[in-house]
Design a protein around this ligand. Structure first.
Ligand code: DGJ
Length: 742
């Protein structure tokens, strides 16, 4: 899977689906040759490079006007030589110089995948095959060693990359920028796809032309953020959901990030991703090493759905760890939108008891159970139970709930503190903030300085005191404000640029400690909904609260966008009350469930206030989800048409079992329209040779007809023309099951 061709100093990384080719250039720098569908093992650089004489170009050598780095595609571009595009890294040296000249020194090829320290990363099991190539490049003036690490998995159409910088010199050097990867694609016409958003409106799909110059997305909030997801796709204008080429890039990281594209005058796009350089500087002392987060580069020749399937397989099989790998995720009821802060033990037990009667498997107690917390002004950091609300403590409550025959889960917000708390009284210095400056407010709370190991240890111990001796099987880990006035009194003046990265390393270390101590607990990450929904988090928490917006119509966009990268098993999706608490929309209970099925599924409403007929409907919904849960979480998710594809009114998606014997189709029509014709929707992923029974249809039909012709989308019937039993009005949905027959 990795071949080094000595004569031409060329590397070819490949599996059956993908090839990645690099070569050592004349000046020792690493040049990029090819990334795409699998090509022949024996490759020669001359097929991929076109040295040209171009007037007025700065060239590396006086006697070779054909060799300028400006015209090469580079693997990890240096600063200050003959390439004037963005460099992949910047190191301020002792002399003040930032010029660098990293030349090929050696390489190693090994089986498996070495893991970085303290960072999330994709992994392989012992019985799986992966190969890793490490290439050492050395800058002889500074004695810095850059190691570029590439891993190829046997079964996935992707290459993973990361960068390690080692200071072999005697003096400290300041890293100002260190990207996880850089990639120069061939000259061409491209478009980019990214997932942007805001609180309660996360991961909307944006597709736009790549233009000359630099375009970038990123976050400087201290988390990956709702604004932009650490994902970028580069596609051809003709690429669709199911056809054409797509390159997808994802960063396995939850802190500040940047993803940038620079297209030069030859229409060559340079893509890179890594820790955001704004506010970043890392002092690398003699003998020390810095490891970048891992990035993954996916290639698909089967459109965006092909790209998404690769990401989904990666998350499910090479990123999710522990007991929750491919294990059925419990259907839960969360009390947040049911009670907010206003509850007591009897109310909670009543909710849990009624949830159990409906078939719910897990009850989750959200914010408000600790300290004096009756609103969002106090008590974060004081992780001891509020006995006014819960006289028997968490252990007593969890016992009562568990005895009902339903599991018990609990909410924490470990990274935060309110000034109105015992923790702040005792340790005001544990906040992130610049003592010389005003400290900005966010939801009345402040960020704990997780760059300090004593803070992480303290929170760990406090959480253990709550969890030990209880029946907790699930934790929702929330995070509701961003870092401002980024300054730590624990870091020296020369190390303040390390704060954001050290902060997220602290978060990861707390997760690691908790996972080690409580391997049975399912973690769901949350950051005011989907503000830290990234590949890094899924290494620790197998699922995430997708958005605080639970409205079914809004969720169509959010879940559709999220599915570009993240599988359904990661997406927390709940049926909530109407009028919806975020947008006040009233949608049918059926539609709310039809959307929430395509995720982890659960409820977030006061079940005690539901009518009997609604409760009967909920029981049916729960039975339905239990019947199809494995298919939904293990099957291939396919987007058919969606709110970003031209018709905002219409969404259709489906999930197909790996053996193509079973599928579930979700059809959604947002607004009713008068007097429209009936549309069909073509299906994908089925076996054209198989016959299928489709729910709602009498006659079996072949996969071939479902793929080529499709089936009827939701029709609109209005007013006097309404037909008994047919859907009418706004917010209609249908979930159709498709089963192969012998
Ligand atoms: C924000 C989360 O996204 C909500 O689900 C809820 O847990 C609140 N925080 C609680 O404060």
């Amino acid at each position: 899977m990795i071949r080094y061709i000595k004569e031409s100093q060329t590397f070819h990384i490949y599996n059956e689906k993908v090839s990645y080719v690099m070569t050592v250039l004349k000046n020792g720098h690493l040049g990029h040759l090819y990334f795409g569908g699998r090509i022949d093992e024996q490759v020669s650089p001359e097929w991929f490079r076109y040295p040209l004489f171009r007037p007025l170009t700065a060239c590396v050598y006086e006697d070779d006007p054909f060799f300028s780095l400006e015209h090469e595609r580079l693997e990890y571009p240096n600063f200050g030589t003959t390439d004037f595009r963005q460099p992949a890294f910047s190191v301020r040296q002792n002399s003040g110089s930032r010029v660098s000249d990293f030349k090929y020194e050696s390489h190693r090829i090994q089986e498996g995948k070495p893991m970085p320290k303290g960072l999330p990363a994709t992994f392989v099991y012992d019985d799986e095959k992966a190969m890793t190539l490490e290439i050492d490049l050395i800058d002889h003036v500074t004695d810095l060693k850059l190691t570029l690490i590439y891993t190829v998995f046997e079964d996935l159409s992707l290459i993973s990359r990361r960068t390690v910088l080692n200071n072999m010199g005697e003096r400290s050097q300041a890293i100002e920028k260190i990207m996880s990867f850089s990639l120069d694609l061939p000259s061409g016409e491209y478009e980019k796809i990214n997932l942007w958003g805001a609180w309660a409106r996360e991961r909307h799909v944006e597709r736009s032309q790549i233009t000359k110059g630099i375009q970038s997305i990123g976050s400087t909030r201290g988390c990956s953020s709702p604004d932009h997801n650490p994902f970028l796709a580069i596609v051809q204008p003709q690429t669709t959901e199911n056809t054409g080429e797509a390159y997808g890039f994802g960063l396995v990281y939850s802190g500040n990030f940047i993803a940038s594209i620079e297209e030069n005058y030859d229409s060559v796009p340079r893509v890179m991703m890594g820790i955001h350089p704004d506010g970043f500087e890392w002092c690398l002392k003699s003998g020390e090493t810095f490891e970048s987060p891992e990035a993954v580069m996916v290639y698909s020749d089967q459109g965006l759905n092909g790209m998404s399937h690769t990401f989904h397989g990666l998350v499910k099989n090479h990123l999710t760890r522990g007991l929750w790998v491919n294990k059925a995720r419990p259907i839960l009821l969360n009390n947040w939108e049911a009670t907010y802060f206003d509850f007591n033990e009897e109310k909670i037990v009543e909710l849990a008891s009624q949830a159990k009667d409906l078939g719910v498997e897990l009850f989750v107690l959200d914010d408000g159970w600790f300290g004096n917390r009756n609103d969002d002004t106090s008590s974060l950091g004081d992780w001891f139970v509020n006995t006014d609300k819960l006289p028997n403590g968490i252990s007593g409550l969890s016992k009562r709930v568990t005895e009902l025959g339903i599991q018990f889960g609990l909410w924490f917000e470990p990274e935060m503190v309110n000034m109105a708390s015992k923790l702040y009284e005792e340790h005001p210095e544990w906040l992130i903030g610049d003592p010389a400056r005003h400290l900005s407010n966010g939801r009345n709370q402040y960020v704990l300085d997780f760059t300090r190991s004593e803070v992480v240890d303290y929170i760990f111990k406090s959480m253990c005191q709550v969890i030990d001796g209880t029946e907790i099987t699930y934790i929702k880990w929330d995070m509701n404000r961003h870092i401002t006035e980024a300054y730590s009194t624990a870091l020296g003046a020369s190390r303040q640029g390390e704060l954001y990265h050290r902060y997220i390393l602290g978060v990861y270390s707390l997760y690691e400690k908790l996972i080690e101590r409580y391997p049975h607990i399912l973690f769901e990450s949350c950051a005011s909904g989907g503000g830290r929904f990234d590949l890094g988090m899924f290494y620790y928490a197998p699922q995430a609260w997708t958005s605080d917006d639970t409205d079914a119509v809004e969720r169509l966009k959010i879940q559709y966008g999220s599915s570009m990268v993240y599988p359904l098993s990661t997406m927390g999706s709940h049926v909530s009350a109407v009028p919806n608490h975020q947008v006040k929309r009233v949608t049918p209970l059926k539609t709310r469930a039809d959307v929430a099925y395509f995720g982890t599924f659960g409820y977030e409403l006061d079940v005690t206030k539901m009518h009997e007929d609604e409760k009967e409907e909920m029981k049916e919904q729960i039975l339905f989800f239990k019947r199809y849960r494995d298919l939904i979480h293990q099957g291939d998710f396919i987007r058919l048409t969606g709110p970003f594809d031209g018709d905002v009114n219409r969404t259709a998606w489906m999930v197909v079992s790996p053996d193509k014997n079973q599928a579930l189709l979700g059809l959604y029509k947002v607004l009713a329209q008068a007097n429209t014709g009936v549309k069909t929707i073509k299906l994908h992923g089925l076996d054209p040779e198989k016959m299928y029974k489709v729910s709602g249809y009498q006659t079996p039909i072949s996969g071939n007809v479902l793929i080529q012709y499709g089936l009827l989308d939701i029709p609109s019937f209005t007013g006097a023309h309404t037909i008994e039993g047919r859907p009418t009005g706004d917010y209609q949905s249908q979930v159709i099951s498709i089963q192969s027959i012998d």
